[in-house]
Write a new protein. Structure first.
Length: 157
């Protein structure tokens, strides 16, 4: 499985950590990197945030490998959520916003979470990185690893 990693300028320093996290969690190989800034047409001036939906569509239109991850430093939202850490489309790609993630550990965790969605995992109720988190506190509480059930779904055990 080939993942293409996109990142906005201000996220350059975190890319190595994200790559390590994804390789450890999924054995994914990353050979393609591209600097890409969020498109202004996705910006909602009233909210001061970017709409994740057009961003994700833009990513999917730009990617050249099977799946892609786009790491950005802008605050994002979707539908009726005040904010989200990430937004994913199964089999295609995901966006990860580091805007509210205040540690490398959290960024790694949410990168694993979003790519889990891309690979087909849903939200999980076990002690698992695929737990849904609605806040930084919740994200801090969940583990950085997949539970055995999720690993089995992806044939990682
Ligand atoms: Zn999720
Ligand atoms: Zn799980």
């Amino acid at each position: 499985m080939n993942l293409e990693l996109f990142y906005s300028r201000n996220c350059r320093d975190i890319i190595d950590d994200i790559e390590n996290a994804l390789t450890n969690a999924y054995g994914i190989e990353i050979n393609d990197y591209e600097e890409l800034e969020p498109i202004y047409s996705a910006y909602n001036r009233r909210r001061g945030q970017y709409d994740a939906f057009p961003l994700l569509n833009f990513l999917i239109s730009r990617k050249t490998k099977e799946i892609a991850l786009w790491v950005i430093d802008k605050d994002i939202y979707c539908d009726n959520m005040n904010f989200i850490f990430g937004y994913a489309s199964q089999g295609n790609g995901a966006i990860l916003s580091i805007y509210r993630l205040n540690s490398t550990e959290l960024i790694r965790k949410e990168a694993i979470h979003e790519v889990g969605h891309v690979l087909g995992l849903g939200h999980c109720h076990n002690h698992c990185v695929m737990q849904f988190s609605n806040s930084v506190e919740e994200a801090m509480k969940k583990p950085s690893e997949l539970c055995e059930e999720c690993k089995r779904v992806l044939n990682l055990v």
